[in-house]
Write a protein that binds this ligand. Structure first.
Ligand code: ADP
Length: 398
């Protein structure tokens, strides 16, 4: 036990999310979100004791400026000296890292080496690491990788049916993402159900703006739906998930689109947004579907059907199904999507408890299948920050 706090940082190319956590209680003492970094009107918003306020970053509108402003805010509340270590979300550790690790110059070089696998995210994560080293001098920094939990994927699960040389030369294989969330939810689901996680065959669906699903058996990840990049797999807010790779040549020949345009379309204009022609936001889609909007209704159905199909394939990877866990903004809140998915899975013996499904929303965990179901479906709110804080405290000896 220590009374030191952990600062958790999650950096994007133009944003920085931070949280100061008490590692023992899980309480968040302060959180912040910096936006528009690298633009002259960059700002950071702090939330302390339920109160929000905004600070302009005009003098230093970058990641270091944001961390410096965070340091000032911590000083104001007498929290600066209580920070014991900093945990960083790092998107890709490729094949190099199977676990979280204390950041040294060698680890920085390793994260740089993985940039081709996460060209938008890893450079931003490195900016956050450098800023933290600069402002919080002398404190340990720990990297927690989104890909680490998927290191246990067997070769037959991570190998694409492409010429092997591409894997050897470029590392072209499936890596998966959302690993920190899966690790947290696998532990929590077992704890919530009072079972040993090593005895459970779990399928976990992390459904946020980005969505993926994973199979966990014997406490280890066996397969997951995201691949080389987060584009593969489920239908997402704006990403297509699985499509026939021939869409590239088809759209080049028929619509005159180039690789960049098709890639952009698959990542930013597809998914719930593309099908509904309304929004990428599941709440909006549900509302409009309820009013009879055809595109919204179709978007919900394609989302749920693809997800249910993937639960089936992940049950193969897990060697059976004891627990289906829902998490992420949609997984934790949308009883509509969950109900549709359980409807498709009825033949597997998963029977929805409609009242329990309605109650398990807005941060509530719950079993949402009836007692006579052959497997249990549960809702478990994820907490990636807490998992990062736990790893950081452990590796820093706090
Ligand atoms: P991110 O991947 O950006 O972290 P979140 O996990 O916060 O995203 O999930 C965002 C998604 O959750 C959005 O599609 C949002 O509409 C959906 N969502 C949040 N609350 C609800 C709700 N009450 N009902 C349905 N969907 C919801």
């Amino acid at each position: 036990m220590s009374n030191k706090l952990i600062l958790v940082l999650n950096c994007g190319s133009s944003s920085l999310k931070g949280a100061v956590l008490d590692n023992d209680s899980g309480d968040v003492l302060l959180s912040c979100l910096a936006e528009k970094l690298s633009l002259s009107d960059a700002y950071i918003t702090f939330k302390v004791n339920g109160e929000k306020h905004k600070v302009e970053l005009a003098d230093n509108p970058n990641h270091t400026g944001a961390v410096a402003a965070l340091m000032e805010e911590l000083k104001k509340h007498g929290l600066d000296s209580r920070i014991g270590a900093i945990g960083h979300r790092v998107v890709s550790g490729g094949e190099l890292y199977s676990d979280s690790i204390v950041i040294t110059e060698e680890v920085v070089a390793g994260i740089e080496k993985c940039i081709p696998l996460a060209p938008l995210h890893n450079p931003a994560n490195l900016l956050g690491i450098r800023a933290a080293q600069d402002i919080f001098k002398g404190l340990p920094n720990v990297a927690v990788f989104d890909t680490a939990f998927h290191h246990s994927l067997p070769q037959h699960a991570y190998t694409y049916a492409l010429p092997r040389e591409l894997y050897r030369k470029y590392g072209l294989r499936r890596y998966g993402f959302h690993g920190t969330s899966y690790r947290y939810v696998a532990d929590e689901a077992a704890r919530f159900l009072g079972k040993d996680k090593n005895q459970l065959r779990m399928v976990i669906a992390h459904l946020g703006n980005g969505a993926s699903i994973a199979a966990v058996a014997n406490g280890k990840c066996q397969d997951t739906s995201m691949g080389l990049t987060p584009l593969e797999g489920l239908v997402m807010g704006t990403r297509s998930g699985d499509v026939d790779p021939s869409v590239f040549s088809f759209l080049a020949e028929n619509a005159g689109m180039d690789i960049k345009q098709v890639t952009d379309m698959l990542n930013k204009k597809s998914g719930l947004l593309g099908i509904s022609e309304l929004s990428s936001d599941c709440r909006v889609i549900e509302e409009e579907a309820g009013k009879g909007h055809e595109g919204a209704k179709l978007a919900l159905e394609v989302f749920a059907y693809r997800l249910a199909k993937y639960v089936g394939s992940m049950a193969v990877a897990a060697g059976g199904l004891d627990v289906l866990a829902f998490t992420g903004g949609i997984g934790e809140n949308s009883n509509v999507i969950r109900s549709k998915v359980l409807g498709y899975l009825n033949f597997l013996g998963l029977k929805e408890d409609a009242k329990a499904n309605e109650d398990a929303r807005f941060g509530n965990s719950g079993v949402i299948t009836t007692a006579d179901s052959s497997a249990q479906a549960v809702v478990i709110p994820t907490n990636e920050e807490l998992m990062i804080a736990h790893d950081t405290a452990k590796l820093s000896g706090l």
